[in-house]
Design a protein around this ligand. Structure first.
Ligand code: G4P
Length: 541
């Protein structure tokens, strides 16, 4: 027994599971490709440049992604590097993203925040950052595209603090930028890494001579040298000091500069990341934190994806391993249904290449063939029957009425809607009146397009979407004597969700305030989960 525990412990220490958060175009695909290349994990790098020539990053696999050149779904990739076993959770890079993106972050132990030096902190980064910071996971910042002219590095640090409210500690510092970019100064190791476009950078140690050495002045030029010394002095005196505990608690972000396109700064980043990022640790459950080593295999499903391979019409549930050793063919408890399930063909992901895996350890992501058994948030345990904390649900912000325009395909339409809802990227509602129209709610607008496209291409159903003006959804308390009809006004609509809870869709915050005033017996909650907890409490009282 002790042997197996030692094995699990040593495998856990090797593992790092993280997600990259960024705004579209910051260079996430490029950075991911370079990271995978260091690990020798991809046969063809799928260079970003090549994408226009219809070669794609390995993480973009759906047809719609190929056509639009964007990453719609989140996938998981693995690579080995210097004795580490690294899992990258890919999050969609488009500004319109789904709940799915947020949930993927729940399966990560740390996040890499990628920022375009010219654009600074952008909208989608802010949203994703919030989810990570609420979980208190460590966040590592990579400021990209230093080979182009961008914002002043000090200004970028200030933005991190002002916009995101996180303190930062630059691990290295850029020397010039754009055409003048000549490298980075590594503060901890006191060395300069010289930039070369072809990715062959060179390191020069300053040990025993320091930054002020005349040879260094000559190497990087007087004006760049002057600016560098001035900025480093400022950081040394007024900047936040390096503090490993604060980094681990997500209160301080180590910052790295580089240029992903030429690999520059990426390896330095990776080496430091591996030193500082946490290995998988205990997840909370119905019986308290689950010990990663001493608890038999357990994990939770954070994503379901149908039809990843149109030729096979398959459906895959992505599971994050939380404890113990997973072995192919093992029988586990599917806690929600109380049934036992044999996990015969688990898969590991490197985008389209799927290998059957024999074993997996905490931190790993495995894909399970699903014939409709699994739901997002399900817990699987080899021995016990505990459930991991429910995954957060994020309220939709965009709504549309869905009309099936080909009556002959009604069955396909129904099946497609049901499956896509189970994947958890969209939520559906029915109007509470007699017409019972189907209403779709999404977190990101692009999901409408993805939904219509997938219904057509995967189920053969044609739909028309009529956009509705509502912007927020609120769940109400059950057992209320209020007539749901009273909640439908000129700027609100009363609907029911998939589980028959009463929900009100409002155009404005002010609409909600008014409804609240008119119906003092009602409570409004921003997620079904919150409503259920409160309703249970009310029924106990
Ligand atoms: P994303 O996944 O975050 O959306 O970004 P992606 O990697 O696709 O990169 C977006 C654009 O930024 C690409 O240019 C890419 O080549 C460029 N890029 C990424 N990293 C760097 C960098 O370090 N320096 C510079 N100068 N550019 C970088 P594109 O014009 O959209 O595509 P392409 O013409 O290069 O194919």
């Amino acid at each position: 027994m002790a042997m197996i525990h030692e094995e699990i412990q040593s495998q856990i220490e090797k593992r790092r599971t993280f997600a990259i958060i960024s705004h579209p175009d910051a260079g996430k695909t490029t950075l991911t490709e370079k990271l995978l290349l260091f690990g020798g994990a991809i046969r063809m790098a799928g260079e970003v440049k090549g994408r226009k020539a219809k070669k794609f990053a390995t993480s973009d696999w759906m047809q719609i992604e190929k056509e639009r050149g964007i990453s719609v779904t989140s996938s998981a990739m693995q690579f080995n590097y210097h004795g580490h076993h690294i899992n990258i959770l890919d999050t969609p890079g488009h500004q319109d993203f789904s709940e799915d993106t947020y949930r993927t972050l729940i399966a990560a132990d740390s996040a890499v925040m990628l920022i375009d030096a010219a654009k600074g902190v952008e909208a989608q980064t802010i949203k994703l950052f919030k989810v990570c910071s609420q979980r208190g996971i460590p966040i590592f910042t990579f400021i990209n595209k230093m080979d182009r002219y961008g914002k002043d590095p000090l200004e970028l640090l200030e933005e991190l603090e002002q916009v995101l409210g996180i303190r930062s500690c630059p691990m290295n510092w850029p020397i010039g930028m754009g055409d003048e970019f000549c490298g980075i100064f590594d503060r901890q190791n006191q060395q300069i890494e010289l930039y070369r476009k072809d990715g062959q950078s060179q390191s020069i140690s300053l040990e025993g001579r320091g930054l002020k050495d005349p040879a260094i002045v000559e190497l990087i030029g007087t004006s760049r040298h002057y600016k560098l010394c001035e900025e480093i002095d400022l950081l040394d005196i007024a900047g936040d000091p390096f503090d490993e505990d604060m980094i681990k608690q997500g209160q301080l972000t180590p910052v790295f500069f580089g240029s992903a396109i030429s690999k520059f700064g990426v390896q330095t980043f990776l080496n430091n990341f591996l030193k500082l990022a946490p290995a998988p640790h205990a997840h909370n459950s119905s019986i308290g934190p689950v010990d990663t080593v001493n608890t038999e295999f357990s994990g939770f499903i954070f994503k379901i994806q149908a039809n990843m391979n149109p030729a096979h019409r398959d459906r895959i549930a992505f599971l994050r391993v939380c404890s113990g050793k997973f072995e192919r063919g093992m029988t586990v408890n599917h806690v929600r249904s109380g049934k036992k399930i044999k996990l015969a063909q688990p898969q590991q992901f490197l985008a389209q290449d799927r290998d059957i895996i024999e074993e997996a350890y905490p931190g790993d992501i495995i894909g399970l063939h699903d014939t409709g058994t699994f739901r997002i948030g399900d817990s699987l345990c080899a021995q016990d029957s505990f459930e991991f904390e429910p995954l957060p649900q994020f309220p939709p912000e965009h709504f549309a009425r869905v009309l099936n325009i080909n009556a002959m395909k009604y069955k396909q339409f129904q099946k497609g809607v049901a499956q896509l809802v189970e994947e958890g990227t969209v939520q559906t509602f029915r109007t509470a009146d007699r017409t019972e129209d189907l209403i779709l709610g999404v977190v990101g607008e692009l999901q409408f397009e993805v939904f219509a496209y997938r219904l057509k291409s995967e189920y053969g159903a044609d739909i028309r979407l009529e956009r509705l003006p509502y912007q927020l959804a609120r769940w109400t308390n059950r057992n209320t004597s209020v007539d749901p009809g009273r909640l439908s006004t000129l700027s609100s609509l009363c609907v029911t969700d998939q589980d028959q809870r009463i929900v009100v869709l409002c155009e404005y915050e002010s609409t909600l305030t008014l409804l609240q005033r008119q119906n003092p017996a009602l409570y409004f909650y921003s997620s079904p989960h919150e409503a259920d907890i409160q309703n249970d409490l009310i029924s106990v009282i």
